[in-house]
Write a protein that binds this ligand. Structure first.
Ligand code: NAD
Length: 370
């Protein structure tokens, strides 16, 4: 059996707490002959800043390049609000995404039956929901230059961010969208703002041409990103794969988050180009949520997003779909039993902490695998 090299980057706040549950799961899988995982750990975000005055060191970056997959917790917190911009905790995350060219961010929004009532929307709108928000992650306004604040000398300052997209960037994310759709319900909705932005015009054109050239069998529709946001809340089940740029994807995936009840439930994957020789993709897996400083250190965090992110690593990096399904089923079974962390608590359910939730999921896996 191939050995899979994982780099674990727990980060700050609840990051290490939810990562501890993934470590238990990895140990359980190793002990049960479900894959051979070797793990290394590194610092990122505020914890890296405290130790090394940078958000991630070159040594940790080298480990990230060498790993088969990176499992990332969360970074940030008020403690580091005043650190210089270049070494703020998020800079570690952005460097990983940029240096590993992780351009495709997959954010599934799945409503587990037991949690349909935890959504801000009516049960019938979200029960059985299973959509994928695909966000372009390495281009657009978060990285475009110039990115400056200039003192105009008259008591005014000018801030500039630059939104840039080249054809190849749109084409490669589009290709991921169509390929994902073919394995799902065969529909892609592309979202941009072609009515007011040149990048939107090009985005629309490139996706349309790619569809005509290579993916005519997939249904393609276009929506403006603002009305797409409304549609996500009004009738989310109309979507299968939604593909959009970095900025809109950041917002639309958070809207999708609320459809499923809690940030604590949402997993994500960030994938790069496949190596032509080994076919392996650089890949990082992380929960959508942040470091949740308000509940950090209290053992209250929901570990499901982190565990489900590890499940995505099995599916997309290691071709272990069966084991990934097992994790999803174990999560569903645990929720069916009424176990809930505080963020997804509802009447008549049993409150558990981070570690109990992790243990319960492993116990369900034990049963399902027997
Ligand atoms: P957040 O996701 O950390 O928290 C938002 C709310 O959701 C909080 O009330 C929190 O308690 C709750 N929550 C989040 N994850 C949870 C979980 N697993 N279980 C239970 N409840 C959970 O977002 P925020 O408060 O806007 O940001 C806090 C810090 O995290 C900031 O420093 C921010 O920059 C950083 N952040 C990091 C990432 C990342 O590392 N990828 C993402 C978003 C925010």
């Amino acid at each position: 059996m191939a050995t899979h090299k994982l780099l674990l980057l727990p980060g700050d706040g609840i990051g290490p707490e939810v990562m501890a549950e993934v470590k238990k799961l990895i140990a359980w899988m190793n002990a049960h002959g479900m894959g051979t995982f070797e793990t290394e750990e590194g610092l990122v975000g505020g914890s890296a800043y405290d130790a090394h005055k940078v958000a991630i060191t070159d040594e940790t970056m080298a480990k990230a390049h060498a790993a088969d997959a990176i499992i990332f917790g969360a970074v940030g917190g008020p403690k580091w609000d005043a650190v210089p911009f270049d070494v703020r905790p998020e800079a570690g995350l952005l460097r990983l995404r940029k240096d590993l060219v992780l351009y495709a961010n997959l954010r599934p929004a799945v409503t587990y039956p037991a949690l349909a009532d935890a959504s801000a929307l009516k049960r019938e709108l979200v029960a059985g929901l299973d959509i994928m928000i695909l966000r372009e992650l390495t281009g657009g306004v978060y990285f475009g230059e110039p990115k400056t604040i200039t003192d105009l000398g008259n008591g005014q300052k000018r801030a500039i961010d630059t939104q840039i997209y080249d054809t190849y960037e749109i084409e490669r994310i589009g290709r991921v969208a169509f390929e994902l759709a073919r394995k799902r319900r065969n529909k892609v909705t592309s979202m941009e703002k072609r009515n007011v932005m040149k990048t939107g015009v090009l985005w629309n054109e490139v996706i349309t041409q790619l569809h005509q050239r290579e993916f005519k069998d997939v249904t393609l529709e276009h929506q403006l990103a603002d009305s797409g946001g409304m549609q996500l809340v009004k009738n989310p089940k109309q979507f299968d794969v939604v593909v959009t740029d970095n900025l809109f994807g950041d917002m639309l995936s958070d809207i999708a988050a609320m459809l499923t009840g809690s940030l604590g439930m949402l997993a994500s994957a960030s994938l790069g180009e496949a190596d032509p020789k080994t076919k392996k993709r650089k890949a990082m897996y992380e929960p959508v949520h942040g470091s949740a400083p308000d509940i950090a250190g209290k053992g209250l965090a929901n570990p499901i997003a982190m565990i489900a992110s590890f499940g995505m690593a099995l599916r997309y990096s290691f071709d272990m779909g069966r084991e990934a399904d097992l994790i999803d089923k174990a999560i569903a079974a645990t929720l069916d039993k009424g176990l809930r962390t505080a963020d997804i608590k509802s009447e008549g359910t049993t409150s558990v902490g981070t570690s109990q939730m992790g243990d319960a999921i492993i116990a369900e896996m034990e049963k399902l695998a027997a």
